[in-house]
Design a binder for this molecule. Structure first.
Ligand SMILES: NC(=O)c1ccc[n+]([C@@H]2O[C@H](COP(=O)([O-])OP(=O)(O)OC[C@H]3O[C@@H](n4cnc5c(N)ncnc54)[C@H](O)[C@@H]3O)[C@@H](O)[C@H]2O)c1
Length: 258
């Protein structure tokens, strides 16, 4: 039996990270640069990607901010074209753009439900579609989508039926795309983070439970730092995960084990 060389690196890769200006997306984008990739950050025009771009460049890699809304397919297609022209063929993608809010289900408006699904589910689908078209032309690639433990369990303290169900949809969308695109050499996986200290969780409904409920209900006894999502995501993007597709990697400090 021949033993191949184990590699977690992505040298000379080109990565696109939606939601890359903030939180988990930003942490993964910097880790992609540490592992050898140039990185395009795709985020809303109103976002500030300066700190993330500086951190990418400090790793000796090229970074580029591309303003786009993930609910708009033509903006995503244009973003992928721009990545290819300025950084090279796309080899890896991370879809971290997402929104959250808490609203009791019996008070939720159709607009609130649909807006959240438009960003969290349609946005991930359209991002994967634009990325996969490019990867297919270039012989393959790897995609990681951000699902959540909220797609696995419903939190006692937080009323967010639309968010929870959107994240279950992301995990199953990921499996569906993985099976369709395996013949093109494209692997599609998701990670399901537990509570992580990011701007998304500065909302009062989360901030108030982070230090007590989350800490008590997490075997590791604390919420995650965004950087702790980078290793699991980078593993799934790397050659070391060459036989992983359609998987959901739970990264929650044991929260769903209790
Ligand atoms: N923070 C957590 O505890 C946690 C837990 C599980 C899953 N997640 C998921 O991880 C992902 C990242 O979350 P985060 O905590 O880093 O949040 P964050 O708010 O810090 O970052 C989200 C980013 O998405 C961008 N974004 C929002 N709508 C967009 C749109 N229409 N088009 C383009 N970009 C858009 C925002 O501008 C922001 O930069 C989300 O999908 C979230 O649901 C977060």
């Amino acid at each position: 039996m021949r033993h191949s060389r184990l590699s977690f690196r992505l040298d000379d890769g080109v990565a696109m990270v939606t939601g890359g200006a903030s939180g988990i997306g930003s942490a993964i984008a910097v880790a992609l640069a540490q592992m050898g990739s140039n990185v395009a950050l795709v985020d809303l025009p109103s976002s500030d990607a300066t700190a993330t771009l500086e951190a990418i460049e400090a790793e000796g890699k090229r970074g580029e901010f591309i303003p786009a809304d993930v609910t708009r397919s033509e903006q995503l297609e244009a973003a992928v074209d721009r990545v290819e022209r300025s950084l090279g063929p796309l080899t890896a993608a991370v879809n971290s753009a997402g929104i959250a809010e808490a609203v009791p289900a019996d008070e939720m408006t159709t607009e609130q439900f649909e807006r959240l699904f438009r960003v969290n589910v349609t946005g991930v689908f359209l991002s994967c579609q634009a990325q996969a078209r490019s990867m297919r032309r270039n012989g393959g690639g790897a995609i990681v989508n951000l699902a959540s433990i909220s797609g696995i369990v419903s939190h006692r303290e937080m009323l967010q039926a639309h968010y929870n169900s959107s994240k279950a949809a992301v995990a199953h969308l990921t499996k569906s795309l993985a099976t369709e695109w395996a013949p093109y050499g494209i692997r599609v996986n998701s990670i399901s983070p537990g509570f992580t200290r990011t701007p998304m969780n500065e909302r009062s409904e989360v901030a108030s439970i982070l230090d007590v409920a989350v800490t008590l209900n997490t075997p590791l006894g604390r919420p995650a730092d965004p950087s702790e999502m980078a290793g699991p995501a980078l593993f799934l993007l790397s050659p070391a995960a060459s036989f992983c597709t359609g998987a959901d990697l739970v990264v929650d400090g044991g929260f769903t084990a209790w």
